[in-house]
Design a protein around this ligand. Structure first.
Ligand SMILES: CC(C)(COP(=O)(O)OP(=O)(O)OC[C@H]1O[C@@H](n2cnc3c(N)ncnc32)[C@H](O)[C@@H]1OP(=O)(O)O)[C@@H](O)C(=O)NCCC(=O)NCCS
Length: 360
């Protein structure tokens, strides 16, 4: 029997976890007897993360994603999300790993995010144990959960393919620029100021349309127009894969995102731009993430330009812009970024891969 099933009601489990975990460290050897022996002996303890843990988590996250970690910006809001739990693993009282689990898709999917293990503890199976602990915890609180989903950008191996089904893949294009330089470049190209009207005069394609909440709702939930646009019927927003369901839209519409399509009545390309946020690499460094869906390069370029113009207008400093797009669009889009916009390509082609496994 695992720890969480020892409690008589779900609320009790919640309260106990939230109020007691830090004081009464939970010994995994008591709660998960199936853990690898070495780890049970190592005495990992699990707890729900709180604001007070922030500094310790940041200390163990220092090398993560080459200084482009999103967690410092997201941490406080993650703790407040009612469908999310952030779990820490400790060893001798010290935080050595973190994982966040979020229940989405009408309660059917457990989304795993933020997974990290302190550098000195990697390669010992800690991530696997934490993943299993969190899975058991979510199963006990949400028995209706059927699958686990996560988004990876590392090379998947044969073991991963045995474990996971691939839901969809997007190419990752990472470019870097100074906001001031890009503004100049865009105005040189005649794309400063009101870019939508500049695009309508400089191009034969009608300018893209920014969607308000009503239009998003109509397009994504009441029509099947997005079927041919979304990759495997998945809205991926800043690494999070959502099925187009009303419960997920309620989550998405609370976030700072610009939603765009080329044509509200007959969409071919759609994009979601997550508002820029700071990353720890330096004081004036921002991350700008654009999820692009659809296969038409010209339309994708137009929406990219609109997002760039709109979101760098008030920024000063360095921007790491990450665009996720249909893999065949990666190369021509990279060339466009380099040749036309003078943006620096940070890395070669990599993939964002949404994977899924059954919860058993
Ligand atoms: C990726 C990381 C969490 C792995 O931690 P670890 O304790 O060394 O993991 P191990 O190599 O011992 O592998 C243990 C398990 O984690 C799984 N795993 C490894 N990388 C993973 C990843 N990126 N996402 C999900 N699971 C992963 C392995 O498949 C393995 O599962 P299994 O026990 O079912 O076989 C760790 O290297 C790390 O913190 N890296 C920096 C942050 C990062 O890249 N996080 C991934 C975000 S997607």
């Amino acid at each position: 029997m695992i720890l969480v099933s020892m409690f008589s009601s779900l609320d009790q489990q919640d309260n106990l976890l939230k109020t007691c975990c830090f004081k009464m460290k939970i010994d995994t050897s008591l709660t998960m007897p199936q853990l690898p022996e070495a780890l049970s002996q190592a005495g990992l303890q699990f707890s729900v993360a709180t604001e007070e843990d922030f500094d310790e988590i940041m200390a163990m996250s220092q090398d993560i994603y080459g200084g482009l970690d999103y967690l410092p910006t997201r941490y406080t809001s993650w703790l407040q999300e009612t469908n999310r739990t952030v779990i820490l693993a400790r060893k001798q009282g010290k935080v050595i790993a973190l994982e966040s689990v979020c229940v989405i898709d009408d309660g059917e999917t457990m989304l795993v995010e933020g997974l990290r293990v302190a550098p000195q503890e990697r390669g010992k199976g800690v991530a696997g144990v934490l993943l299993r602990f969190c899975s058991e915890l979510v199963k006990s609180k949400h028995p209706e959960v059927k699958v686990t989903r996560l988004t990876r950008d590392d090379q998947l191996g044969p073991k991963d393919f045995q474990k996971y089904r691939i839901i969809t893949k997007q190419g990752i294009l990472l470019v870097r620029f100074r906001a001031e330089d890009l503004k100049l470049r865009l105005s040189e190209l005649g794309l400063g100021g009101d870019i939508q009207s500049s695009l309508s005069t400089s191009s034969s394609i009608p300018p893209p349309v920014r969607l308000d909440h009503t239009a998003i709702h109509r397009l994504y939930l009441t029509t099947d127009l997005m079927q041919g646009v979304l990759p495997n019927a998945t809205i991926i927003q800043d690494w999070q894969p959502f099925k187009p369901l009303p419960s997920n839209m309620a989550i998405l519409l609370k976030k700072d995102i610009d939603w765009m399509v080329d044509d509200v009545f007959n969409p071919t390309v759609a994009s979601l731009c997550t508002f820029p946020f700071r990353v720890p690499i330096g004081d004036d460094w921002y991350y700008l993430n654009i999820d692009m869906f659809g296969k038409d390069l010209d339309l994708a370029r137009q929406q990219f330009l609109c997002h760039l113009q709109r979101h760098t207008a008030t920024l000063n400093g360095h921007v790491m812009c990450q665009m996720f797009l249909d893999p065949p669009l990666w190369k021509p889009m990279a060339e466009f970024c380099h040749n036309n916009l003078s943006l620096e390509l940070v890395k070669e082609y990599t993939e964002q891969c949404v994977v899924e496994s059954d919860v058993i």
